[in-house]
Ligand binder design. Structure first.
Ligand code: RIB
Ligand code: CA
Length: 370
């Protein structure tokens, strides 16, 4: 079993990363740290608990981090991820509660329980991990691997012209984490920056493939001409919630002239955490600007060792089609399995029923295609 600790600011793409991890039977998710970012930390925790209960995984503890970054005031982005951080999805509220161990102590405990074999994955701001390292400076040396979704090196930022969201929310935390992983006994983190993650762009056709592979019906194809917020009627509960969540993200990117697509930053980072061989990387020394009036939150990569030895490996390329094949196949299998186990008592549509039904499009979409 691969043991992994997941630190996130659940969010729409964090949700897909979590579903991907849960869809991997060879992965033991030791715990989940909720970090404030896309939405406030208590909402992150509520989302993590809700997805876990929906997937029958209330055995996985959820640990809540600080409500605020190390220094900065909290910045959230409900316009990107929705008022509750999961787009239009209306997840059944969890009936379970978070752990009494906070996120930073959970990081420390997990690394002590599995020294030298634990994989860390961060898809949100680095506040919780930085706090853990402040409490226990030996933590980096105990991790087998750390993967961070964050930063922008040779592309425009998505939060400021030079800053990526996870780093922009808590630049001090990011700077402290990269500095800590410059220590000799630490394995440099693998960094998944916007430079590469923005190439993992989900389209409505990917949702069609996902629903069909899950045996869900009707198979729906969101369209930019749809009424905003059109809700899914997919029979498979997980597919229904995923389509509702992702539709919000498609509308957000479309409204910002990026196309009717959704950048899947976090599930890509999750896949890298489990299979680092799917990316090429370059070694670099990464540091974070924390004082610049225009450049605060900027990640700077020294690729020529001018400022010291490398403390990171920056991902530079991947096979995007293979990424989607793996992601869609895994989540479809999870959705199908959950539906078939639910069918035993709820009479939900059996997996595979009415598969092959034509793709369902809204009247507006049909008119556009006529
Ligand atoms: O910049 C993209 C990152 O910021 C993703 O992790 C997204 O979920 C937000 O946290
Ligand atoms: Ca995230």
């Amino acid at each position: 079993m691969t043991r992994l600790f997941f630190d996130c600011d659940t969010g729409i793409d964090d949700s897909l990363a979590l579903l991907y991890l849960l869809a991997r039977p060879d992965v033991d998710v030791i715990g989940i740290a909720s970090t404030a970012g896309n939405v406030p930390v208590d909402t992150v925790t509520a989302n993590n608990l809700a997805w876990l209960e929906l997937c029958g995984r209330t055995d996985i503890p959820v640990h809540t981090g600080s409500p605020v970054p190390l220094v900065a005031e909290l910045m959230t982005t409900e316009d990107t991820h929705g008022p509750a951080g999961v787009g239009y999805a209306e997840l059944p509220p969890a009936t379970t509660s978070e752990s009494q161990v906070d996120a930073a102590d959970a990081w420390i405990d997990a690394s002590l329980a599995h020294p030298g074999e634990l994989i860390g994955l961060v898809t949100g701001p680095l506040t919780s991990l930085a706090t853990a390292i402040r409490r226990d400076s030996a933590l980096p040396g105990r991790l087998a691997r750390l993967v961070i979704m964050g930063g922008a090196f040779h592309v425009h930022g998505n939060t400021t012209p030079v800053a990526e969201w996870n780093v922009a929310v808590d630049p001090e935390a990011a700077a402290e984490v990269f500095a800590a992983f410059g220590a000799e006994d630490a394995t440099p983190p693998i960094v998944c920056p916007l430079d590469l993650t923005e190439s993992v762009a989900l389209t409505p056709d990917h949702l069609v493939r996902l629903a069909a592979a899950a045996g869900s019906s009707p198979v729906e194809c969101p369209d930019p001409g749809d009424e905003p917020g059109l809700r899914s009627v997919a029979a498979n509960p997980l597919i229904r919630h995923v389509v509702d969540a992702v539709r919000f993200y498609l509308e957000f990117h479309h409204a910002h002239d990026e196309g009717y697509i959704a950048h899947l930053h976090d599930p890509f980072a999750a896949m890298v955490a489990l299979s680092p061989g799917i990316v090429t990387t370059i070694a670099a020394r990464v540091d974070v600007e924390v004082t610049g009036r225009l450049t605060r939150g900027m990640t700077v990569a020294d690729e020529r060792s001018m400022t010291g030895a490398p403390n990171a490996r920056i991902t530079t390329s991947t096979d995007v089609d293979a990424v989607f094949d793996e992601l869609l196949d895994r989540i479809a299998t999870l959705a199908r399995t959950l539906a078939s186990s639910d069918n035993s008592d709820s009479g939900l549509l059996a997996s595979g029923d009415r598969v092959g039904e034509t793709v369902r499009r809204s009247p507006a979409a049909q008119a556009r295609r006529a």
